[in-house]
Design a protein around this ligand. Structure first.
Ligand SMILES: [Zn+2]
Length: 104
């Protein structure tokens, strides 16, 4: 008896989660990771890679997955050298004068 704790978008993500869990001594099993891409079509939900663990490990696994999911890094604001405007990190050029962000 096992519990599904995660559905990954890609096999690489499933492997990443499994590695994280195994570093915490949780045995994780992947399902569907080998089916991905076999048809060359966009995978349907049932064929997405899944991560399964023993029921006793599920709560800890879910907590670890939450901590380790890849999230976009929030970029720091930067200041335009040309006009002095403060620009949000998601922008590569100054929205005010069009100058590119200075190299760090
Ligand atoms: Zn500017």
């Amino acid at each position: 008896m096992k519990v599904r704790v995660y559905i990954a978008d890609t096999p690489a993500e499933a492997w990443h989660i499994r590695n994280v869990l195994e570093q915490h001594n949780i045995v994780a099993h992947l399902r569907n990771e080998t089916l991905f891409g076999a048809t060359g079509e966009i995978p349907v939900l049932e064929s997405l890679p899944e991560v399964w663990v023993a029921p006793g490990d599920a709560a800890e696994a879910e907590a670890l997955i939450k901590q380790n999911r890849r999230q976009p890094e929030p970029s720091a604001n930067w200041r335009c050298e040309q006009c002095g405007e403060s620009i949000e990190g998601v922008f590569a050029v100054c929205w005010r004068c069009g100058a590119p962000a200075a190299e760090p």
